[in-house]
Write a protein that binds this ligand. Structure first.
Ligand code: UGA
Length: 445
């Protein structure tokens, strides 16, 4: 069985490596020559735990190429794993998906299953099948299958090999059988991944409904967290109390400065846009988007409220990526906060274990870049924590006291235990919890 993966981003590359790992003959195609060259040199172009190790392990089963003519000629299954970025109005942009369709139309010359893994609006699989079938030159049959992806960045390989579920949306038995065949190794010990088959539209909806539900859970808990601040409750005790009800569970109930990344922001907006297209606005999704937009800069609001004057403050930011264990800064709350701080003429120094190069591309020489936490916080009047990296969570509070001008911590990710922080001479402002004011505010502050 010959598998062609188109698009070597998080989804494509990890999917390709997972199939190659199970002994399939895999070709990974991308238009990005630099990325393909890196892959050919056994270098992983994305920051993802263990991926390079697996890449090397299965290198005999996988080819990386930019040659679409040869790679599209006769695969049995083609996975479309290209990006579907958002348009200005929030709808999904399918330009890259159609570019792959054009290559299929031009080059494929045997019956084949086209699997859409990219997140696409409900109904796209039907449209794509007709689009290809109407135009394909050779008299061959194309079966389009929806197979949404549920991996998270940072745990991508684990989430693929030990997936919570594999969703197959196929309208014909032939296509469904091929999919069951290629995913069979995932269902065996020790992986034991369940496979759920359904029609294509339902499969497309599972993806949006899952991502938007998780985003909604975050916005919900952030709103409750903000309310905890008003009434004097502690969000961590509240979520702990809630989590003992297994209908609620304890996952995705961490309050903070909102969700970012390439998925939740895009997928909430896309489903909301789609619902308006059907004249039936999804009001919970709209609320989720609105809450998150405000939440991302809540930590700046706290900073603004704390100081009499914020202009020209010399501040540090620890953590820039949208979450730990990734170098991805797309839609990261750090970006919104840096923009606001710059608007108020603050002098900013940032640190992140792996995200610095990406943030440099946006802010260039407008901010300072530190290569260590110590360098970042040295002599600063306040520090913000935007991402809960382990090395940040493991800091000793004395470290802030020793190196900062004023040990004032704005923790957007609740990295430290309140009872512990209370013992130190610092001011500590976090999310959904009591503020700690242990510094004697003097005139200088
Ligand atoms: C998300 C989903 O979790 C995956 O299941 C899905 O496959 C993926 O999108 C996708 O559509 O490709 P990802 O974007 O990698 O994965 O990141 P998450 O771990 O879901 O985190 C998203 C954001 O939510 C982060 O900014 C994180 O800080 C925030 N978050 C998460 C919270 O603020 N609180 C929480 O309790 C959990």
């Amino acid at each position: 069985m010959k598998i062609l993966i188109t698009g070597t981003g998080y989804v494509g590359l990890v999917t390709g490596i997972a199939f190659a790992n199970f002994g399939f003959d895999v070709t990974c195609y991308d238009i990005d020559k630099d990325k393909i060259q890196l892959l050919k040199n056994d270098k992983c172009p994305i920051y993802e735990k263990d991926l390079e190790k697996y890449m090397i392990k299965c290198k005999n089963n996988i080819i990386y190429t930019t040659d679409f003519k040869n790679s599209f000629k006769n695969p049995d299954v083609i996975f479309i794993c290209v990006g579907t970025p958002e348009n200005n109005d929030g709808s999904a942009n399918l330009k890259f998906v159609y570019e792959i369709c054009d290559k299929i139309i031009e080059n494929v010359n045997n019956d084949c299953v086209v699997v859409i893994k990219s997140t696409v609006p409900i109904g796209t699989n039907d449209i794509i099948e007709k689009f290809i079938q109407d135009r394909i030159k050779n008299k061959i049959k194309i079966y389009v299958v929806s197979n949404p992806e549920f991996l998270s960045q940072g745990t991508a390989l684990k989430n693929t090999l030990n997936a919570s579920r594999i969703i197959i949306g196929a309208n014909e038995k032939y296509a469904k059988d091929i999919m069951l065949k290629i995913y069979k190794p995932f269902t065996k010990n020790p992986y034991n991944v369940p496979i759920i088959t359904m029609d294509r539209k339902s499969a497309e909806m599972v993806k949006y409904a899952s991502n938007d539900f998780l985003a909604l859970k975050i916005s919900y808990i952030n709103e409750i967290s903000n309310f905890c601040e008003l009434v004097g409750a502690n969000i961590e005790d509240v979520t702990l109390g809630m989590s003992y009800d297994d209908r609620i569970g304890k996952k995705f109930l961490n309050s903070g400065i909102g969700y970012g990344g390439s998925c939740f922001p895009k997928d909430t907006k896309a489903l909301h846009w789609l619902s308006k297209d059907y004249n039936s606005e999804l009001k919970t999704i709209k609320a989720c988007i609105d809450v998150n937009k405000k939440q991302k800069t809540k930590i700046f609001d706290k900073f603004n409220k704390y100081f009499k004057k914020i202009n020209n403050r010399n501040v540090a930011i620890l953590g820039l990526t949208f979450k730990p264990e990734t170098d991805d800064i797309r839609e990261a709350p750090s970006i919104d906060n840096i923009k606001l701080l710059l608007k108020n003429n603050c002098k900013i120094t940032v640190f992140d274990p792996v995200g610095i190069n990406n943030i440099k591309k946006i802010f260039k020489d407008k901010i300072n870049y530190a290569s260590s936490i110590k360098e970042c916080i040295k002599n600063k009047e306040a520090v913000f924590i935007m991402t809960e990296w382990e090395i940040i969570k493991n800091l000793d509070i004395n470290f802030f006291i020793k190196h900062m001008k004023f040990p004032i911590i704005f923790d957007g990710r609740n990295c430290f235990d309140l009872l512990l922080v209370k013992k130190y001479k610092v001011d500590y402002i976090s999310m959904g919890r009591e503020n700690i004011f242990n510094l004697n505010k003097n005139k200088e502050i």
